[in-house]
Design a protein around this ligand. Structure first.
Ligand code: ASP
Length: 323
């Protein structure tokens, strides 16, 4: 029988509500991973699933140490068990795309890593977690899931880590891949693939993650951003900075002046955008101001990339080469 590892981290999929009609009043990260499996007995027909509990938190409360532990356990599981077909991770939806993107950078294995969450707590009428978990396991068992990198499965849609984002605060169909659409879908007839991103790159496949991580901040672009924020962050010694620029990743004069006036070494910096879709291209001023265009990475994924680049000791040229 197909063998999988389930790494449980919490989230609404493991949440317990005040009553069965509560969609928003609940505590995330209550049920353990094996309780999630027990709630879906038909999973036993699909795979033999070993459960490891990595955390049991709301995903807004995930810590770098949880990411480090996930990476360690996935690398170890793949290295020590050639017969393991894949890994499923139960996760809160709020930061699911960041964890998926992080793992995409760090896990170099053709076998699938599939993240799954739920928008409704486990105790709610029509909870979406059990079906999402079943479908995530279907995808992880599917031989054609290999070589597609880290995936997410929610509401029957299969998304690639690079593209997926949470786009709604409510509703079971909260995840989209705005530029490309999903990679495929899952239904009664099984797993269907509509596109194939072949072996996405894993630039940090051998990177060892430290106990202490660097500080990388995100600044949100808006009308007249408070002038004190940027110098304060730079003085505080942050090691990376993502600008959620307006439009196609534009910085205000206030921000550009602050960067131009800074006399110490600037941290690694990326310009992303706040539109939610579409790329940010290189700008003639970027080099002078120490910036790099984040391409189509959203701000939270750009931050993940910067965290890893800083950990790896990369400079602006190294990061530019990757982007
Ligand atoms: N609060 C939840 C989380 O852990 C939201 C969810 O899982 O849907 O991210």
């Amino acid at each position: 029988m197909t063998r999988l590892l389930l790494l449980a981290t919490g989230g609404t999929i493991a949440g317990r509500g005040a009553d069965s009609a509560s969609l928003n009043t609940y505590t995330a990260g209550v049920l353990a991973g094996d309780e999630l499996l027990d709630a879906v007995p038909s999973l036993q027909d699909l795979a033999e699933i070993r459960v490891e509990q990595v955390a049991n938190v709301d995903s807004a409360d995930l810590l770098f140490q949880h990411w480090r532990e996930l990476v360690r356990r996935i690398r170890l599981a793949f290295a020590s068990d050639p017969a393991l077909a894949g890994v499923v991770i139960s996760h809160g939806t709020n930061t699911l795309e960041e964890t998926a993107w992080l793992l995409q950078q760090l896990i170099d294995d053709p076998r699938p890593v599939v993240l799954v969450g739920a928008m409704r707590p486990a105790t709610t009428l029509s909870a979406d977690g059990p079906l999402n978990l079943f479908q995530a396991v279907q995808v992880a068992c599917n031989p054609q899931a290999r070589q597609r990198g880290v995936l997410t499965v929610m509401d029957g849609a299969i998304h690639a880590a690079a593209e997926v984002t949470k786009r709604a605060t409510q509703g079971v169909g909260a995840f989209i891949s705005s530029a490309t659409g999903p990679l495929g879908w899952v239904d009664d007839a099984g797993v269907h693939w509509s596109s194939m991103p072949n072996s996405p790159p894993t630039p940090f496949a051998t990177l060892e993650l430290p106990e202490r991580w660097p500080q990388v901040a995100v600044l949100h672009g808006c009308v007249e951003p408070p002038a004190v924020v940027l110098p304060a962050l730079l003085k505080a010694g942050i090691q990376g900075l993502v600008f959620t620029g307006t439009g196609a990743g534009q910085l205000s004069v206030v921000e550009r002046k602050a960067l131009a006036a800074w006399s110490d070494t600037l941290p690694l910096m990326l310009r992303a955008n706040r539109c939610g879709s579409g790329p940010v291209y290189e700008d003639p001023e970027d080099e002078r101001l120490g910036l790099l265009a984040a391409g189509s990475l959203n701000p939270q994924k750009a931050r993940v990339l910067l965290l890893l680049a800083v950990i790896a000791g990369w400079n602006r040229d190294d990061l530019a080469a990757l982007l």
